[in-house]
Design a protein around this ligand. Sequence first.
Ligand code: CDP
Length: 250
Amino acid sequence: MTTPADAPRNDGRAADALRPVAVDWDPMGFALSSVLFAAGRTRVLCSVCLDPEVPRWRKGSGSGWLSAEYRLLPASTPSRQGRELMKLSGRTQEIQRLIGRSLRAALDLEALGERTLLVDCDVLQADAGTRTASITGAWIALAAALERLQHQGVLAASPLRQQVSAVSVGLVDGVALLDLDYSEDSRAEVDLNVVMDEQGRLLEIQGTAEGAPFSRSRLDALLDLAEPGLRDLQEAQRQALAVAPGTTTG
Ligand code: CDP
């Protein structure tokens, strides 16, 4: 496998370069917190709301919960997502479970108490990497939401235990690339979504080999490519939080 740092890509990026990240705060004023997170042309609206109760199956446990929803908005893809596609497809269920598990890994649910955090990730524009952008962006909104709940006196201490970011890596024409856009994702031989915490521990790996089984050493090389990207995304998350309105995190 070749991993030339300067492999030509459609947008001129090096093989190990992330797409430009942008974070806009609080586009949804009624949410506890919200961010519009962009990774290149992929743009996801991530919001966090509080339900003061837990689902029935968790009542009396003393612990809270976080659930996530994800969807591709109608005009987010070249061919409009019609009603049929917006139904809870297998893909949508898989993605929202991934987002929920990744964000719950960031939390001490006992410290949250019997409350539920509701995270919504609505994709405004999909150019691949929408599930990883959802996780990275929603973590930012989640951290701000928890800080606001502390400021409001709802929570005595923050239940946030970990920073979590996510990115895709893949093999395209035998070359390992970080943070695939759709032109790359749609022809990738191997496509991996990697979720990592701030200690470099892996929380989730989702991988697909499109008819091209890959070796353990290729997996290791792809994870080696993902890790610095995930660390850079965590730095971008911290920078976004440092300028979050109404919080002091920095
Ligand atoms: O977005 P992500 O890479 O997490 O998920 P995917 O299922 O691998 O989809 C890759 C890309 O395919 C999406 O980001 C969209 O650009 C496109 N796509 C689409 O146009 N319509 C769909 N129903 C699903 C995906």
